[in-house]
Design a protein around this ligand. Structure first.
Ligand SMILES: Cc1cc2nc3c(=O)[nH]c(=O)nc-3n(C[C@H](O)[C@H](O)[C@H](O)COP(=O)(O)O)c2cc1C
Length: 196
């Protein structure tokens, strides 16, 4: 039986994600994020989905990291979820925009204190001569903030990937998999099935 399309792909994503949260042993919100560098070369790494709604898929990171720099240069983005326990894949493609300061502040405030300090101490994606340098910076920021609130670093925020195209893939017998594509079509969506 083919995948039953919902009118809005985010509803279908949420239905699959609910199932994944029940069946995946670890991090059902892990997704591969692909970005593109200035020369057109792709790079890819895992990040964690921290929110999804009609506006798109949100994750948080260091804005001076490789992915941060590539996305801030208006590079396109693609995401890929793979839930092994369900034998399903979801692909998302679209532009990235920064979340609002209020949204980033609220999420940052919800993080464990150690992760908040780490966001200040780690110059993510830049060369590090020794782990001791990082630990020294962690100690310095721990002392600096004392028992007070740790503010969100200016170099740390979230991106929202607003889908223009999504694909839902479900494993089928004899590799006769199901593939359902959604394409943004004006204010709505058009759908298309593809050969596996
Ligand atoms: C399961 C998993 C989840 C991760 N989640 C995040 C995340 O949400 N944000 C982040 O900045 N890095 C996350 N990382 C680390 C990234 O994969 C990556 O190593 C780091 O962000 C530097 O990437 P870049 O140099 O391409 O910018 C995660 C790694 C794994 C394996």
């Amino acid at each position: 039986m083919a995948i039953d399309p919902t009118e809005n792909p985010i509803d279908l994503f949420n239905a699959w994600f609910d199932e994944a949260q029940r069946s995946e042993p670890d991090n059902p919100n892990a997704m591969a994020l692909a970005t593109v560098g200035p020369g057109g070369a792709p790079s890819i790494r895992m990040v964690l989905l921290k929110g999804v709604d009609d506006g798109g898929f949100v994750f948080y990171t260091n804005l001076e990291s490789r992915k941060g720099v590539e996305l801030l240069a208006n590079g396109p983005a693609a995401l890929c979820f793979h839930w092994k326990s369900l034998r399903r894949q979801v692909r998302v493609e679209g532009p990235a925009t920064l979340v609002s300061d209020e949204e980033a502040d609220a999420y940052f405030a919800s993080r464990p204190r150690g992760s908040q300090i780490g966001a200040w101490a780690s110059a993510q994606s830049r060369p590090m001569s020794s782990k001791a340098d990082l630990l020294k910076d962690v100690a310095a920021y721990t002392a600096k903030f004392g028992i007070g609130r740790v503010p969100r670093p200016p170099h740390w925020s979230g991106f929202r990937i607003t889908p223009e195209r999504l694909e839902f893939w479900r494993d089928g017998q004899f590799r006769l998999h199901d593939r359902l594509i959604y394409l943004r079509d004006g204010g709505g969506w058009s759908t298309q099935t593809l050969y596996p």
